[in-house]
Design a protein around this ligand. Structure first.
Ligand code: SAM
Length: 291
């Protein structure tokens, strides 16, 4: 196994003072990093996409696990340190300089299926998470997502119905995937320590329920949780056919979004994804009759 210098030394030698603007909080404990790299299971020979390698702490754990890593980093200062790491693991590391929000990940991975691991700044993490989970085609090219979040966001992703943390992120993460809280990470594990605690969420794709358009579900949850204190009758009334869809699946319009299970949302979205014209025209007809 390659003998690598301690991460603190790499950071000092390459002058990688953490940038607040880039959301840099580095993990330096190699045992912790090895445990994170083990969350998706055996990575030997597997393709991995890492977003935001920074000085390469998680990257070296992934390389040691035998993964073939493609790493996207937008901070140019980190590139020499990552190049050194690549030399220690010949043929295993490819570094792409750029903004992960602007790159096409599947194209970058050249059609191969890949695991995603990342310790990202929180705003970028949530944006990428919704993108990875919101795709029209399913199963996706990624085989798992292992991502660090603020603990509070991680709770929102894995929480069940009828809890205060339950909302759009939970439905998005659970309707065609399994989402687990894999590890809590204390703020003191980071350099510099962030203000809040963190947690790692591990997501794997599951079977997609038939007849449901992701867009219909997204629109439904956006409306329902956008006014989560209101009754569904009020919150979803802007979606053509939604009130009729509630009735069709036997959900009372007096209920509030957080009381509906993921399965309930899927059932409503399935009706809305159906012959839309039928529902829309029924409504148009009844509007027509009222006028
Ligand atoms: N993976 C390292 C670790 O665990 O110690 C660094 C984690 S640090 C929280 C986040 C890293 O993501 C930084 O290196 C930062 O430059 C990089 N980053 C931030 N926004 C990015 C983006 N949009 N695309 C790619 N990398 C980004």
């Amino acid at each position: 196994m390659a003998d690598l210098p301690p991460l603190r030394e790499v950071i000092a030698r390459h002058d990688l003072a953490a940038s607040k603007a880039l959301g840099q909080n580095f993990l330096l404990d190699e045992q912790l990093l090895a445990r994170i790299a083990a969350i998706p299971g055996d990575l030997a020979g597997r393709a991995v996409l890492e977003v935001g390698p920074g000085p390469g702490g998680l990257t070296r754990a992934l390389l040691r696990a035998g993964a073939r890593v493609t790493a996207i980093e937008m901070d140019r200062r980190c590139l020499p340190a990552l190049a050194e790491l690549g030399e220690a693991f010949p043929g295993q590391l490819r570094v792409v300089e750029g903004d992960a929000l602007k790159l096409e990940h599947d194209a970058l991975m050249a059609g191969e299926r890949y695991a995603v691991l990342s310790n990202l700044p929180y705003n970028v993490g949530t944006a990428l998470f919704t993108r990875w989970l919101g795709g029209e085609s399913w199963p996706p090219c990624w085989t798992s997502l292992t991502l660090m979040f603020q603990q509070e966001v991680a709770q929102r992703i894995v929480s069940p119905a009828d809890t205060s943390a339950y909302g759009r992120l939970a439905v998005l993460a659970q309707w065609r995937s399994t989402a687990q809280l894999a590890m809590k990470v204390h703020r003191s594990a980071f350099t510099p320590p962030p203000k809040v605690m963190s947690a790692i969420v591990h997501v794997e794709p599951a079977a997609m329920p038939g007849g449901v358009s992701p867009r219909a579900l997204e629109r439904l949850t956006q409306a329902a949780f956008g006014q989560r204190r209101k009754m569904l009758r009020q919150s979803v009334k802007g979606i053509p056919g939604a009130i009729e869809a509630l009735a069709a699946v036997g959900i009372e319009a007096e209920r509030r979004a957080e009381t509906l299970t993921v399965g309930d949302f899927v059932a409503i979205a399935r009706v809305l994804s159906g012959p839309q014209e039928t529902i829309a025209s029924t409504r148009a007809n009844s509007d027509f009759k009222r006028n």
